[in-house]
Design a protein around this ligand. Structure first.
Ligand code: SF4
Length: 74
């Protein structure tokens, strides 16, 4: 069963108090800027065909991974 109890130190009203500092997020949680060849090719095809994707409209953080695998959602 999922524990729905939120830790007190993450409560929004308490997040900016000096005695309740927000814990630093781990490095692995950050998404790197996409720069693979597959991503660039997918991006160029979409631009050339003037296609609109939900990936871009939603600013999806998975775009680097999906487009590198040449997967997208028109
Ligand atoms: S296909 Fe990938 S990048 Fe596009 S919206 Fe879905 S998860 Fe995001």
């Amino acid at each position: 069963m999922r524990d729905l109890k939120l830790p007190e130190e993450r409560h929004p009203e308490k997040a900016h108090r000096p005695d309740q500092a927000q814990p630093k997020k781990p490095d692995w949680i950050r998404v790197r800027a996409p720069n693979s060849e597959g991503y660039k090719q997918t991006r160029d095809i979409l631009k050339e065909k003037e296609l609109v994707t939900v990936c871009e409209e939603a600013a999806c953080p998975n775009v680097g991974e999906c487009w590198s695998a040449r997967a997208t959602r028109p």
